[in-house]
Design a protein around this ligand. Structure first.
Ligand code: ZN
Length: 307
């Protein structure tokens, strides 16, 4: 009971700080996303093991996830009337489907493209839904990077990280299981514990390799993130208009909620050595890269924050 009391106090404090910041209308660096990450950071430390809870059945999890995905797509708008977006959506589904083939849990894995260049992120919902933003795909050069990222998200579902988080939140907020769809999607965007992130990276990269992709895609993605962080967040060398505030917040959120890049890279290099994957260096071309050449945000009616 005690940890819930502490958790409630922290969430309360977070909401209070957020309201205060909004009231002052000051240009504070603490956005809602950063605050959620802070809450998630602390919550995950306090409530590591949701072991006392009976796990959701696959059917329950799929039902809850389907409803969450439906509401999220409705809120966001899919931009699915755009031809390029349809091609990218089909491509993400194709690559994701191949990678998910060897997942342990046989769930209906579905992949959703969010056509928004500010959305430099990917996340998973319970029951098999994976979302990936245009801003993230725009950083990729190879299909292998896409496969590795999707593998990571599939594993957050496969390893029950998403379902555990949903149950944890339902307990903390006293929401019955049937009402879980009201949970804010940001809870699933915020990242997981360090152990869970490393686990998802490891298993996700293995899934991608089994589907015929290079494990170097994962390392390449870490490097791209790092570069973006150095350029736009740490040094602010580049003018703000090149990367919007929402995009910068996403990158900041990523670095807040994920283990250091060096540690992530080290784990993949160790896997490559242990499994003798040294010769898997060939990467496939990203088939949709042409569509990301131009700095357009077409088909993206809203930002992921729903603003
Ligand atoms: Zn993750």
């Amino acid at each position: 009971m005690k940890r819930w009391a502490i958790l409630t106090a922290i969430i309360g404090l977070g909401i209070f700080a957020l309201i205060l910041a909004q009231m002052r209308k000051a240009n504070v660096p603490v956005g809602p996303r950063a605050m959620l990450n802070f809450v998630a950071d602390t919550a995950r430390e306090l409530a590591r093991a949701p072991s006392a809870i009976t796990p959701l059945s696959d059917e329950e999890e799929i039902k809850i996830g389907d409803e969450m995905a439906r509401q999220y797509e409705f809120r966001l708008g899919t931009g699915s009337e755009d031809k390029d977006n349809q091609v990218i959506q089909a491509y993400v589904q194709k690559v994701g489907g191949q990678v998910a083939a060897r997942a342990h849990r046989k769930l209906p894995y579905r992949f959703h493209y969010i056509p928004n260049r500010d959305f430099i992120n990917a996340f998973a919902l319970p029951g098999g839904h994976v979302f990936i933003g245009g801003g993230l795909i725009a950083l990729m050069k190879s299909e292998d990077e896409l496969a590795d990222i999707l593998g990571h998200e599939i594993e957050h579902i496969d390893l029950r990280h998403c379902a555990d988080r949903a149950q944890l939140e339902s307990g903390a907020r006293k929401i019955p299981l049937g009402g879980l769809v009201v949970l804010p999607i940001e809870i699933f965007e915020a990242g997981y514990s360090k152990t869970q992130e490393l686990e998802a990276d490891k298993q996700g990269t293995a899934l991608a390799v089994w589907a015929g992709y290079s494990p170097l895609g994962t390392i390449r993605m870490f490097e791209a993130f790092d570069r973006l962080y150095q350029e736009h967040v740490t040094h602010s060398k580049t003018p703000q208009e090149e990367l919007s505030r929402v995009a910068i917040q996403t990158i900041e959120g990523y670095f807040r909620s994920h283990p250091p890049t060096q540690e992530l890279t080290e784990q993949i290099r160790q896997m490559i050595a242990d499994n003798h994957w040294e010769n898997l260096t060939q990467m496939r071309k990203l088939e949709v890269s042409e569509m990301f050449r131009h700095e357009s945000n077409k088909g993206a009616p809203k930002s992921p924050d729903g603003k």
